[in-house]
Design a protein around this ligand. Structure first.
Ligand SMILES: [Mn+2]
Length: 328
């Protein structure tokens, strides 16, 4: 096991050694992939391919079409049925369950496992763990990895790298955006990454079904003691063509002036409820998510809870109210 006690933003040397000697690495992005999951998957996949390796890019769930401008988008597989890999790299996942069905213990358990992630709740489940919560995105870490490998940026790589940075910071709105992040971003734009296009495609494009779902979920909004919440039920989306999550809604309702913490509860067909949390500066929803079996960052976290959606909402909102009471 290794930790991140070496120089900040520098990958551990044993990680560089493992990458250099790998021939066919299996790269795994987390389930329900977001822009950073797909951005870091395609950036590292493209980088390793350019280095002459034969990477497998995998994600249990299909990458949203939003990200089809990324390199190797069409090469992302949902099953690993090809030649056996010789190394496994987990990207943007804070615990092994986030790798979903791709990581089959009996097939890949004997291979070295590298963890590259920026979640503060990471449980260090790899043989080599590079975890840096100071980075806004796993893609920011892949940028430092590119530098550490003395590999040049090009337009394709820079585009994939900037995608995770743009999406995980919601367009540079989050409090963890530092001059270092803007410096990296400047270099990526200099290398050809189209910032405005990435922002428009990933943050400012929504389906009509999603807007309809937002409308229905907004009908259930409640605000009390600084906690605002809404529900996304199975009934609300039964005629909306398979859409599941009300993406972006939780950030939107946090914009209510009186809100300190926001939550959206999504009823799943398996009797579970997905909980998505956001918090304003000074409040921490990551520990509540962790206590409920999930994880994330202080301002953005989530978990899945078994139970009936109204009951789950009542219970979890009470926990969030305790956090919202804390004067910070
Ligand atoms: Mn991320």
């Amino acid at each position: 096991m290794t930790d991140s006690s070496h120089h900040p933003f520098t990958p551990p040397p044993e990680l560089l050694d493992a990458l250099s000697s790998a021939r066919r690495p299996l790269l795994i992005a987390h389930i329900s992939p977001d822009g950073d999951a797909i951005g870091s998957l395609t950036a590292l996949g493209y980088l390793l391919y350019r280095m002459g390796k034969d990477p497998i890019l995998a994600c249990q769930d299909k990458a949203p079409a939003t990200f089809n401008f990324l390199p190797f988008y069409d090469r992302i597989v949902q099953n690993v049925d090809s030649e056996r890999p010789d190394l496994v790299i987990s990207l943007d996942s804070s615990d092994p369950t986030r790798m979903g069905g791709i990581y089959e213990e009996e097939r890949f358990g004997d291979l070295p496992l590298i963890v590259i992630d920026h979640h503060v709740t990471n449980v260090y489940f790899g043989d080599i763990n590079w975890v840096d919560p100071q980075c806004v995105a796993t893609d920011q870490m892949i940028y430092y990895l590119t530098k550490a490998l003395n590999e040049p940026l090009d337009e394709t790589l820079a585009t994939a790298l900037l995608t995770g940075i743009v999406t995980d910071t919601r367009g540079f709105r989050t409090y963890n955006v530092t001059p270092a992040v803007m410096h990296v971003t400047g270099e990526l734009i200099d290398a050809g990454a189209p910032l405005a296009m990435i922002t428009e495609r990933t943050l400012d494009t929504r389906s009509m079904a999603l807007i309809t779902l937002w409308g229905r979920a907004l009908d259930t909004v409640e605000l009390a003691d600084g906690v605002i919440s809404a529900m996304n039920t199975l009934a609300m989306r039964k005629d909306l063509g398979g859409i599941i999550r009300a993406e972006g809604l939780v950030s939107f309702i946090l914009s209510a002036q009186e809100a300190k913490i926001a939550a959206v509860f999504t009823e799943m067909p398996d009797g579970k409820v997905e909980c998505s949390f956001r918090a304003r500066r000074g409040y921490d929803v990551s520990q509540i998510a962790l206590n409920l079996g999930g994880g994330g960052h202080p301002p953005a976290a989530g978990c899945t809870v078994e139970g009936e959606i109204h009951a789950v909402r009542r219970m979890v909102v009470e926990m969030l109210k305790e956090e919202a009471k804390k004067k910070k």
